[in-house]
Write a protein that binds this ligand. Structure first.
Ligand code: UTP
Length: 278
């Protein structure tokens, strides 16, 4: 039922400099697939087939990745290398791709607002591809959120418990438990210090947003770090209507940090090749 997934991918990725001087962070590979490919896989699994990207200067590689590479494909046609492209080809056949640019890096909220032209007047998913999520035991995180959306028809954020001392790295929520995994949000703070955090439930890079978020973003003043924060707009939405937080099943790797990136690489390597090495 949700058709579009928005991928804000305009950030500078400074934690991966110098690599990100000329390479979008979202193109860094975990094994042989770039982070953005995992994100699109997850959106597709959740039933979305219209992939919308908010990119920026120096991010052309993202557009090229989801396009045909005639010269290369001609070169390896019929060779043993050709199957290596099978997965991306299949992915390209299953969805459409659209792109817009955020000219100035004014924050995630501003990036999402910039993507409004790619999203029809209907709810949509948001994936921050540097958060790589997996659920070995069942459906992906976005798919879990889609189920909740179908029931409640409001914006949803994915949350996980983090150690208190890490709250300053996340948007943090508080609210009233509806059941073991679902919370009705009543407060949200962007990157609070541990002593100011309303809880230790941190928002990760998966959202489902209802389209009224755009008019809220329009009137949301820059917040933390002078950036337009999606957390601030969601707090308004929670106070004026309803926002839910889902404690998702599965695991999230923070691939925007070196530690998380290496952790994900090791995890996927072990999963893919572990048995061969034993
Ligand atoms: P981050 O703050 O994690 O990303 O933003 P960053 O700025 O790329 O990374 P560092 O901290 O410098 O290493 C979270 C997400 O929001 C997007 C980023 O691309 C990332 O997916 N974003 C952030 C935008 O698209 N535009 C912005 O103005 C800010």
């Amino acid at each position: 039922m949700l058709k579009t997934c928005l991928f804000p991918a305009a950030g500078y990725g400074t934690r991966f400099l110098p690599a990100t001087k000329s390479l979008p962070k979202e193109m860094l590979p975990i094994l042989t697939k770039p982070l953005i490919h995992y994100g699109v896989d997850e959106a597709l699994e959740a039933g979305m087939d219209s992939m919308a990207f908010v990119t920026g200067r120096g991010k052309r590689a993202l557009e090229d990745y989801f396009d045909i590479s005639y010269e290369l494909e001609h070169q390896i046609a019929g060779s043993s290398k050709e199957p290596l492209l099978a997965e991306i080809r299949q992915l390209m056949n299953k969805c459409s791709f659209s792109f817009t640019r955020q000219n100035e890096m004014k924050g995630l909220g501003h990036a999402i607002y910039t993507g409004r032209g790619l999203v029809n007047d209907e709810a949509f998913g948001v994936v921050l591809a540097d958060d790589l999520c997996i659920n070995e035991d069942g459906e992906g995180v976005l798919s879990q959120m889609t189920k909740i959306y179908e029931k409640y028809r409001c914006s949803i954020v994915a949350v996980m418990e983090v150690p208190r001392e890490q709250t300053a790295s996340y948007g943090v929520i508080s609210g009233r438990a509806i059941d073991d995994s679902l919370i009705m949000v009543d407060d949200m703070v962007e990157k609070p210090n541990p002593d100011e955090a309303p809880s230790n439930l941190a928002i990760i890079g998966r959202y489902i947003l209802t389209p009224d978020i755009f008019s809220i973003l329009e009137r949301t003043a820059p917040g933390k770090n002078g950036e337009v924060q999606i957390t601030d707009a969601l707090k308004t939405q929670a106070l004026e209507g309803m926002v839910l937080a889902l404690k998702f099943k599965g695991r999230r790797f923070d691939c925007g940090s070196l530690h998380g990136f290496v952790e994900a690489t090791n995890y996927f390597y072990e999963r893919e090749y572990g048995k061969d090495n034993s």
